[in-house]
Design a binder for this molecule. Structure first.
Ligand code: ADP
Ligand code: F6P
Length: 470
């Protein structure tokens, strides 16, 4: 086994694309960057809804040594599994938003059943020496279902979003079932130490588990490795995107539009976890408290629509559009529109050009697993005019990008002050901060993330004590 690379099998709700098509979501971006290098099988939902019978159609497409095999689901499954349980129960809860979380028996049932059916479709495709790597909160039960199907090979799980403290997670009626199911994996990966600690605390306090040496956790007869693996981007590839002709066109267009004004950008799926309302208010406060910026800055928020079937997302869109209208109504002049919001997708090259035209990028989520936009912004900057990153203290990326201007995303005043500081920052300070962040982005790429995770999955031995206590 040692001299032959094992096949990688990745499972995630969204699959692909491997190319530069516009696709909003850190998981798809991180995984396609990693899979293109190593090849393997990528298994998940096709993104299509088929009424002919759920799980009936299976599609396979091979590209760059990656076989992408997907299945359709029907409306009932999508409603219960994706909209219901994954995005109305788990997503808000894990992002510390108990106020937005809904729990109901029907979606819990459908979520478990979809996990079970994915497992029974996948199990016959697996070999015992595969490395199976399951992703994100859509598939907490998939590993234990694969074990039920008799699969005994290596199983890893990576959570792309935060893992909230046990005090919040226990509000989920199935919280114990979910964490017990996570113990069917051999390695459980998190974006940050905070997430990992919250998981370990749940195992200890709620399930009577114990922390062994290093990062091993034991609950009953199961021992798992709980470790932090911060996801990154393909930093070299992304810098090349930023100097492509398509990026150049977008950069130039935005610079022409801005003229002498400084450009502020934000790029986020339209999601309540991204702190967009607070960010817009922070921009308004900038114009109130530092009036010299009126007429001299413009703010472009790119916010592709996401999960628009859910009420919380519909409400957010309405609120943001009203807020943008209010700010423009209050401050606009005949030749200046302070804030613009766009919901369309862009190719990754086009987005890189937009980042490059910006003096400031606002990444102010109220809570975020990692946030790849922050890393992309850094990778896209040019050394002769680097922009400034304003980053939330609650984004996972904060651990690596401490040279950003770190803000409390709930504080309108803090955002306004950081914006003012970013807009007036000297070239030397901008350069210095950017150089440090650039080093971090190039040191922790998607390739490192993938290699580190797979090396741990391959080498983890539940019975041998670890030496490096974390
Ligand atoms: P999340 O996974 O919560 O959406 P991330 O910041 O980690 O947040 O990842 C978002 C990814 O989606 C980034 O790679 C970003 O470039 C991409 N993205 C965001 N907005 C757009 C858009 N309008 N068009 C294309 N890609 C986008
Ligand atoms: O990165 C977090 C994540 O939830 C991914 O799992 C997901 O693919 C992405 O954001 C976009 O969300 P969705 O798949 O619901 O459109």
């Amino acid at each position: 086994m040692a001299d032959r690379q094992r096949r990688l099998v990745v499972v995630s709700n969204r699959v692909g694309p491997l190319n530069d098509e516009g696709k909003a979501g850190g998981l798809a971006v991180g995984l396609s960057d990693a899979l293109k290098r190593r090849g393997g099988l990528w298994f998940g939902w096709s993104g299509d809804i088929s009424e002919e019978g759920t799980f009936s159609a299976e599609h396979t497409e091979v590209q760059d040594h990656v076989a992408m095999t997907t299945i359709d689901m029907n409306q009932e499954d999508i409603d219960g599994f994706y909209y219901g349980y994954a995005n109305r129960s788990l997503w808000p809860l894990l992002h510390y938003r108990l106020d937005l979380a809904h729990f109901d028996r029907q979606s819990d049932r459908v979520y478990r059943s979809v996990n079970q059916r994915f497992a029974s479709r996948l199990a016959p495709m697996l070999a015992e020496d595969d490395l199976v790597w399951v992703h994100d909160y859509h598939f907490f039960y998939l590993g234990s279902e694969l074990r039920q199907c008799g699969y005994e090979g290596r199983l890893g799980f990576f959570l792309h979003i935060p893992f909230c403290p046990p005090e919040i997670f226990t509000a989920l009626p199935a919280s114990h079932d979910i964490v017990r199911a996570m113990l069917a994996y051999d390695v459980v990966g998190f974006q940050t130490e905070t997430d990992r600690r919250n998981f370990v605390a749940f195992c200890i306090r709620e399930l009577g588990g114990e922390k062994l040496d290093g990062r091993r956790v034991r609950v009953g007869d199961r021992t798992v490795l709980a470790q932090t693996f911060p996801i990154g981007i393909d930093a070299h590839g992304y810098s090349r995107f930023a100097t492509s002709p398509e990026a150049g066109e977008h950069e130039e267009m935005l610079r022409d539009l801005a003229g002498d004004r400084l450009q502020i950008v934000g790029v986020d799926r339209m999601d309540y976890s991204k702190g967009l309302v607070e960010r817009f208010r922070g921009f308004e406060r900038l114009l109130e408290d530092y009036p010299e910026n009126r007429g001299n800055v413009q703010f472009l928020q790119v916010a592709p629509l996401s999960r628009s079937e859910l009420g919380a997302y519909v409400d957010l869109r309405r609120e943001l559009e009203e807020l943008a209208g209010h700010i423009n109504g209050r401050f606009a002049t005949l030749d200046w529109t302070p804030i613009q919001i766009m919901t369309r997708g862009f190719t990754r090259r086009a987005l890189a050009g937009i980042y490059r035209a910006a003096r400031v990028c606002l990444v102010t989520p109220l809570r975020d697993g990692m946030n790849l936009v922050a890393k992309e912004f850094v990778a896209a900057q040019a050394a002769d005019d680097p922009g400034v990153l304003v980053l939330s203290r609650f984004a996972g990326a904060r651990a690596e990008l401490s040279d950003a201007l770190i803000v409390n995303p709930y504080s309108t005043d803090d955002i306004a002050r950081a914006l003012q500081r970013a807009l007036t920052m000297s070239f030397d300070e901008r350069s210095h901060r950017w150089e440090h962040m650039r080093e971090a982005v190039f040191a922790g790429t998607a390739a490192h993330w993938c290699d580190d995770f797979l090396a741990s999955l391959e080498s983890f031995d539940p019975v041998t004590p670890e030496t490096d206590a974390a």
